[in-house]
Design a protein around this ligand. Structure first.
Ligand code: GAL
Length: 693
C-alpha cells in the first residue's frame, strides 16, 4: 500500500484572501475572443474566483505534431488573472487530436470483441499504449514549462475523469500490461491459476503469455469471476499508472503547484478504485451529477460523504456539477427552484471547499449543447444566472464567516463502502442479479438519515473501526486480514451491523466454507446454509418475506439454520411453511468480546431498515431520534480544529415545510424564513439554513 501524498490545496492569488473556490470548466476556445471580456464581467458579477482551462484543448494547443499555439491560452489566462480569477490548468491530454490518431491508430482502445474505438467523441486512447504515453507526457512537460512561472495558475487538473469512456481496453497493449500486472501481483503462473480457480472448465495456463484480457466469450456464457475481478483491478491500476506518469511529468517542472484529477463518485457505480487513487492526488476532487427524483438530496449527500471519506476528512474540491439539466440521460430533467443553490451547499456541508460546474458558458454546438451551464443559452437575464450569482454571494458569506478549512464532523456511525465488493458482486453468475454491494450502503445512509443520524460513508481501507458503530453492507469480499479487523473491532467494544451477502468470499473470490458468512461466523453468531433469492418471474414465486416487526425483505434472504449460544434472535420471518423460511431468524444480535454484532439476514431496503433499526439502536445504546419529523431534516456539522467555527447545516429532505430549532447566527439561508432574533426557522422543500454556532 502506498503512502498518501501530502495534502496540498490551491492557494489564493497574490494579494487575495483565502476563500472557498467558485467557478467551473471554462472553454473560451469555443467562442470568439470578443466574448471573453463579457465572460469576465459576468464571472466577476457572480464572484467566480477560479476556472479550469484547457481540459479538451489538445488540438488547439498542439495543432500538429510538435507545433504549439499557446497564444490564445496565454491571452485568456492573463485576462482572467488580472481580473482576480485563478486558473486550474488542465494537462490538456484528455482527448487526443485527429492528427495523432491518424498517424498512430494503435493508440485507440479496443472493445471486448476487438473492435476499434474510433475518434468522434473523446477519450479514445488506451492507457497502456507506449506511443500515446510518449505524446501525452510530452504535452504535460510542454504545459508545465509554459506555465511554471505563471502566478495565475494555482493547480493542475490532470486528464479528466479517467476511465469514463476508456475504462476497459482489450487491445494487445492491454494484454501485455495485464500479464505484467499478474506477474507483479502473483509471482508465478501457478498462483494465478490458483487465484482464478482455472482447474474449473479447463482454463489452466502454463505461462503468463497465456493470459489474455476477458475478451468476448459469446452470449450467455460466464467469464471466470476471479479473472474478471482482477481485470477490473488491473484497469483501475493501468489508468492510475498513466495518471501518475502525467502527474509526475507536471510535478517535476512545477513542484509548487498542487495537482488533482476529477473522480466520478456517485451511487451509480465505480469505474475506478477511488480510495486507492486518493493516495495519489494532492487534494481529492469529484464530479457529481444529480439523480432526479425523491432520492436527489440523499444520493448527493451520500456521494459527497463518501468523497469526504476518500479525502480522510480534509476539505475537497467539487470539480463539476450542473446548474440544471444534464444532456446524457434519456430524459434530462431540470432542477426544481432552489435546487441549484441547495445542491452546491449540500456538497459544502459534506466538506467541499470548492464548488465548480461543468461548464461556464453553455455551448452552441457540439455534443453538450443541451447541457446546462452557469451562463445558459438564455444569457445573463435568466434564473440560472441569478442562482449562480446568489450562490456566489452565499459562498462569499461562508468564507467571511470562516468556513474554509473546517472539517465535516465525525459521525457516530460509519457505513463502509468497498470498491472490490462492488466489482465482485457485478458478476453475472450470482444468486440474483438484484443484489450488489452498490445499492445497500445508500439504503443504510438513508435509513439512518430517517432516524436523525447523518452517517459517514467510509471506504473499507479507511478508519471505520474507530467509530462507535459501523455497518458492513453487502461487503461480499472479506480477506483474512479484513476479517480479523472486523473481529478485533467488535471484540474491542465496537458495535457492528453486518448484512446478508457479507464475508462470502476472500479477495480472490474464493468462497469461505462452512456456512455463510464463512469468514466472520463467530462474530455475527449466525450460520446460513443457503441463499433464498426472491423474484416474481413465475406464478407463485416467493417475491418477499415478512418479518415479525412488519419490515419486508425482497430479493435475497439468508436461510439461517443456527445461531450462536449467546445470540438473541430479534426478528424472524413469517412465511408459508412450504418456503422453509417460516420462523427463520432475520435479525440477530450477538455479543462478541466487549462488543456486539447485529446481523441483518435479508435485503430490507431503506423502509425495512427504518422500521427495524430503532429497536436495534436502542439495544446497542446508539443515540437516535424517533421524533415524528426528524427524518425531514438532514443535519450536518462542520467544525474547526480548535472546536471553534462550528457550522450547522439544516436541509429540508422532504416535500413539505419543516421547522427547525437552532442555536447561533444564520449565515446563509435559501427558501427559509426565520426572525432575526429567533431560534427557529421554517424551511421549505429544497431549502436550507446554515448556522454559525
Ligand atoms: C463529465 C465531463 C465533462 C462533461 C460533463 C457533462 O463527465 O467531465 O466534460 O462532459 O460530464 O455532464
Amino acid at each position: 500500500m502506498s503512502a498518501r501524498r501530502t495534502y496540498r490545496w490551491p492557494q489564493p492569488l497574490d494579494g487575495q484572501r483565502q476563500r472557498l473556490w467558485y467557478g467551473g470548466d471554462y472553454n473560451p476556445e469555443q467562442w470568439p475572443e470578443e466574448i471573453w471580456d463579457d465572460d469576465i464581467r459576468l464571472m466577476n458579477k457572480a464572484r467566480v474566483n477560479l476556472v479550469s482551462l484547457g481540459i479538451f484543448s489538445w488540438a488547439k494547443i498542439e495543432t500538429s505534431d510538435g507545433v504549439y499555439d499557446f497564444g490564445w491560452l496565454d491571452r485568456i489566462v492573463d485576462k482572467l488573472g488580472r481580473a482576480g480569477i485563478a486558473v486550474d490548468m488542465a494537462s490538456a491530454t484528455a482527448s487526443p487530436p485527429m492528427w495523432l490518431t491518424q498517424a498512430h491508430p494503435e493508440v485507440l482502445w479496443r472493445d471486448e470483441r476487438g473492435n476499434i474505438c474510433w475518434p468522434g467523441a473523446r477519450q479514445h486512447w488506451r492507457a497502456t499504449s507506449p506511443i500515446f504515453r510518449k505524446y501525452a507526457l510530452r504535452l504535460c512537460r510542454k504545459m508545465a514549462e509554459h506555465y511554471k512561472d505563471n502566478p495565475y495558475v494555482v493547480s493542475w487538473h490532470v486528464g479528466n475523469e479517467y476511465g469514463c469512456h476508456n475504462r476497459f481496453d482489450y487491445s494487445d497493449d492491454a494484454m501485455r500490461a495485464f500479464q505484467e500486472w499478474c506477474k507483479a501481483r502473483y509471482g508465478t503462473i501457478e498462483a494465478v491459476n490458483d487465484a482464478w480457480g482455472t482447474t474449473f472448465w479447463a482454463q489452466r495456463m502454463n505461462d503468463f503469455s497465456e493470459i489474455i484480457p476477458p475478451r468476448y466469450i459469446g452470449e450467455g456464457n460466464f467469464m471466470n469471476p476471479g479473472k474478471l475481478l482482477d481485470f477490473k483491478r488491473f484497469s483501475s491500476d493501468a489508468l492510475k499508472d498513466f495518471f501518475m506518469a502525467e502527474r509526475d511529468a507536471l510535478a517535476q517542472i512545477t513542484p509548487g503547484k498542487p495537482l488533482t484529477t476529477n473522480f466520478m463518485v456517485s451511487a451509480v457505480g465505480s469505474n475506478l478504485d477511488y480510495d486507492d487513487w486518493s493516495d495519489e492526488v494532492d487534494f481529492v476532487s469529484n464530479d457529481h451529477y444529480f439523480t432526479p427524483g425523491e432520492a436527489h438530496l440523499d444520493e448527493l449527500a451520500y456521494s459527497a460523504s463518501l468523497v469526504d471519506g476518500l479525502s480522510r476528512k480534509r476539505p475537497w474540491f467539487l470539480m463539476e456539477n450542473s446548474t440544471a439539466a444534464v444532456n446524457w440521460r434519456s430524459i434530462n430533467y431540470r432542477k426544481e427552484p432552489g435546487q441549484t443553490v441547495r445542491d452546491a451547499l449540500a456538497h459544502v456541508a459534506m466538506g467541499a471547499d470548492a464548488i465548480c460546474y461543468f461548464q461556464w458558458r453553455q455551448s452552441r454546438a457540439g455534443a453538450e449543447k443541451f447541457h446546462s451551464a452557469m451562463v445558459p443559452h438564455a444569457g445573463e437575464n435568466s434564473q440560472i444566472f441569478r442562482d449562480v450569482c446568489e450562490l456566489g454571494e452565499d459562498l462569499q458569506r461562508l468564507s467571511d464567516a470562516g468556513l474554509e478549512g473546517t472539517e465535516l464532523k465525525k459521525s457516530s456511525v460509519a457505513v463502509v463502502f468497498d470498491y472490490q465488493s462492488e466489482w465482485a458482486t457485478e458478476h453475472s453468475a450470482n444468486p440474483t442479479q438484484n443484489v450488489r454491494h452498490l445499492t445497500e450502503p445508500l439504503d443504510w445512509f438513508r435509513a439512518f438519515a430517517d432516524l436523525g443520524i447523518t452517517a459517514d460513508m467510509v471506504p473499507m481501507r479507511g478508519d471505520w473501526d474507530s467509530y462507535e458503530a459501523a455497518v458492513l453492507p453487502c461487503v461480499y469480499l472479506l480477506s483474512q486480514t479484513d476479517s480479523q479487523r472486523v473481529r478485533d473491532y467488535v471484540s474491542n467494544g465496537g458495535k457492528l451491523f453486518v448484512t446478508y451477502y457479507t464475508g462470502i468470499s476472500d479477495e480472490r473470490d474464493h468462497i469461505w466454507l462452512g456456512g455463510y458468512p464463512g469468514s466472520i461466523q463467530d462474530v455475527v453468531g449466525v450460520r446460513s446454509e443457503e441463499f433464498t433469492p426472491m423474484g416474481d418471474d413465475f406464478p407463485g414465486a416467493l417475491d418477499h418475506l415478512d418479518l415479525s416487526n412488519g419490515a419486508v425483505a425482497h430479493d435475497l434472504a439468508d436461510w439461517i439454520t443456527s445461531t450462536a449460544p449467546d445470540a438473541k434472535v430479534l426478528e424472524t420471518y413469517q412465511a408459508d411453511p412450504r418456503t422453509g423460511m417460516n420462523g427463520v431468524p432475520a435479525i440477530v444480535v450477538n455479543p462478541f468480546g466487549s462488543g456486539q454484532c447485529v446481523y441483518i439476514g435479508g435485503k430490507l431496503g431503506r423502509d425495512g431498515l427504518r422500521i427495524s433499526l430503532p429497536k436495534v439502536l436502542d439495544d446497542m445504546g446508539i443515540r437516535h431520534s424517533s421524533a415524528a419529523d426528524v427524518g425531514q431534516v438532514l443535519r450536518v456539522e462542520r467544525s474547526g480544529e480548535d472546536g471553534q467555527h462550528d457550522f450547522v447545516f439544516y436541509f429540508n429532505r422532504g416535500s413539505g415545510d419543516v421547522t427547525v430549532r437552532f442555536d447561533g447566527e444564520v449565515v446563509v439561508s435559501s427558501l427559509a424564513q426565520y426572525a432575526e432574533t429567533g431560534d427557529t426557522a421554517c424551511i421549505s422543500p429544497n431549502g436550507l439554513i446554515i448556522v454559525k454556532g
